[in-house]
Design a protein around this ligand. Structure first.
Ligand SMILES: C[S@@+](CC[C@H](N)C(=O)[O-])C[C@H]1O[C@@H](n2cnc3c(N)ncnc32)[C@H](O)[C@@H]1O
Length: 405
């Protein structure tokens, strides 16, 4: 992960970020922007800090166990945690003032104990481990271990502006090293610690940062030029922009969400990407959906979900979430499927997707929907496994409407 210890000032930043996330309940990206603003950190140092803070959050219970502290004590005992983190990774200790030490013999004993406990070693809270076991059984330990690894950085080539090979060459000229992802046509993996959003290539809309698994979901929409397509839970448009490129700017792409600020951000991204066939629309009530009855060739429902497939990238979520949230989300997904599927026209295709790896939010939702909606037939589905793909975890299913119903 690192080949040298963090500097004293960087350890302090890591402790401050962790404190903001764990004690104040702030999302990790907000904590980064708060603590990095005005600092002018070199991109490589910023990358080291985010790598360490992210890794600590992915295995928070393990590092706290090794340091013999509670997560609520990080503000006070953070130096002890950072020392344990460096010891775990076989690094020299950082040169922090007044740092609290961890005894090597205690550390070794605790590490031996932790290695006997899979969930603890993989940084998994108890509630999540139980859920994973119940939902995916034998496959869970591999997914759990994969979710404890650092996420890779992927870009999606904006095909409206050029090919993947052209993007790789342009980025190389700006010092960004990338490599092709063989299994995803639009994806490249970033190999250097570059500040991507400061590049001319980004400003000119040649790429978006997007996980390769998310790119696969968007590809499954298989939108064609001239079609009418609805992305009904579009958010800030990660998948909308990819669909716009599939449509080569021809046809009508309606991006909807219940949050206007997300659609505003989508509009900005669409301008940069030269994706001119996107219209945004807020979902104000069920009437917004009813008016679009039987009109769309493709409807993507990238529904709100537990996000349990993307914990590598959002490790703070598992320390904030509770198992009680899941049934609420499952009900919302059911309602969205039932109501929004009305927009699909006869012979049109409905694509249901989540960034979860739990069948309760995935295939079980699809089976229930099909049982209650005989005018849809199942085409195919795909579980994008974190362990098998190395990407974030996603699910997608495609269903076709055969009659008005
Ligand atoms: C998984 S996110 C979508 C991510 C987005 N498609 C992307 O690729 O970047 C789910 C989105 O659903 C939205 N949402 C929540 N409730 C909704 C509802 N009842 N109808 C439509 N969208 C909803 C959320 O605001 C959120 O943006």
């Amino acid at each position: 992960m690192l080949n040298a210890p963090l500097s004293a000032s960087s350890t302090e930043l890591v402790i401050n970020v962790l404190t903001m996330v764990l004690n104040e309940g702030k999302p990790l990206d907000r904590a980064y922007s708060h603590h990095f603003s005005g600092l002018k950190l070199a991109p490589a140092e910023q990358a080291r800090i985010t790598a360490v803070a992210g890794d600590i959050l992915r295995r928070l219970n393990l590092y706290c166990f090794l340091a013999d502290i509670k997560s609520s004590e990080i503000e006070r005992l953070g130096t002890q945690l950072l020392n344990a983190w460096h010891m775990f990774h076989g690094l020299e200790l950082p040169k922090m003032q007044y740092a609290l030490k961890v005894e090597q013999t205690d550390f070794d004993q605790r590490l031996m104990e932790a290695k006997q406990q899979g969930a603890l070693f993989d940084g998994c809270p108890e509630w999540l481990d139980e859920l994973g076991q119940t939902q995916i059984g034998d496959k869970w330990p591999a997914e759990r271990a994969a979710l404890a690894t650092p996420p890779k950085r992927y870009l999606r080539t904006n095909l409206l502006k050029g090919t993947r090979e052209e993007l790789i060459k342009t980025l190389a000229k700006e010092g960004v090293q990338t490599k092709v992802v063989e299994t995803v046509d639009t994806a490249v993996e970033v190999m250097s610690d570059s500040a991507l959003f400061r590049t001319e290539a980004f400003k000119n809309g040649l790429f978006e940062q997007q996980d390769a698994g998310s790119q696969l979901v968007a590809t499954a929409v298989d939108a064609k030029p001239g079609m009418r397509v609805v992305d009904a839970c579009a958010g800030a448009g990660g998948k909308t922009l990819s669909i716009a490129a599939q449509m080569q700017g021809k046809g009508r792409l309606l991006a909807m969400d219940v949050e206007q600020w997300k659609l505003d951000s989508l509009k900005q991204r669409a301008r940069r990407a030269a994706a001119h066939n996107i219209e945004t629309r807020i979902i104000a009530s069920s009437k917004t959906i009813k008016r679009l009855k039987l009109t769309a060739d493709r409807v993507l429902l990238d529904v709100p979900c537990s996000g349990l497939g993307v914990l590598k990238r959002n490790p703070d979520a598992k320390w904030r979430d509770t198992p009680e949230r899941l049934p609420v989300l499952v009900q919302l997904q059911k309602d969205i499927l039932r109501s929004y599927s009305r927009m699909v026209k006869v012979d049109g295709i409905l694509i249901y997707a989540t960034c979860s790896i739990m069948p309760q939010e995935n295939r079980e939702q699809v089976d229930l929907f099909l049982a209650n909606n005989p005018h849809f037939v199942f085409l195919d589905d795909e579980n994008i496994s974190v362990a098998e793909s190395g990407f974030d975890g996603f699910y997608l299913a495609r269903m076709q409407r055969t009659a008005e119903g």
